[in-house]
Write a protein that binds this ligand. Sequence first.
Ligand SMILES: [Zn+2]
Length: 282
Amino acid sequence: MNQSRRMLGLGAVFAIASVLAAQAAIDVVPWRQLSDRNVSPLGRRLMRGNTRAWFHAESDHLIIHAAQEPLLSESAHEAQWCLMEIGRWLDLPALEKPVRVFVVKSSHDWARVMQAATHGGDGVAAHLAGEVFIRRVPDEEKRYVDLAHELVHARLYLAFGDRIPLWLDEGLAEYLGWRVAAAYYRQHRELHLVQEPAPVDEAQWMTWEQFFELRDYPDDPERNRIFYRQSYQVIRFLVERLGEEHLGPFVRQVIAGGQSAEQLLRDEWGWETVDWDEALTN
Ligand SMILES: [Zn+2]
């Protein structure tokens, strides 16, 4: 649930960050002007008690800290826009506390984040209890979908805590992360992101029982990759069948518990048959 580990190529879109014009939509403010300075121990360690060396910005429901000002400007606009889109997609209740984002530059600092993340991997982004950590280095390749992906996790966590099943949490982060990032880069940076999903051998898919019951990420990297891919495809299938506007209500029903996704689709949404295999057909 916590850390990005997308190896499936769904978001395998790279380019040179420097070609993008940074858009400063949120003003940089001194640390003491932030409305909420209650940072996690990891966040405090990253700033090493020297909050003046970091750059900070705040807007509605977002506080962002970055090791360098250009990184702040670029990421703040993206994060703010993506958060609003995620809220709109899922029709989520207003946040009581802001999502906090740390934009980390040095490899040393990033190693601290990876140590704290419970779920290791090839991550350049992580979500931990409502805080998003992302590594960005000026003029280096970046993975465009990662920030939006982790913001979906953070937004869901702040709305529902740990009550969200793993398949739903990861599926929403994969699917919405992709949709929202693609829309952001198209509208604001004139970039068209392209999905390049790696092929999956039919025999590799998890059984639906395994998939819906999964409580922790598979240790095996290939199995983990399949889980991410399967969760993406299930959410895409649901959006196509239910309609985008019904994703939020369906998600709330699943999180409310009591009925499986399949029971809900039959009892509440009038589906005569639920054939999850259809989600895997393309
Ligand atoms: Zn994730």
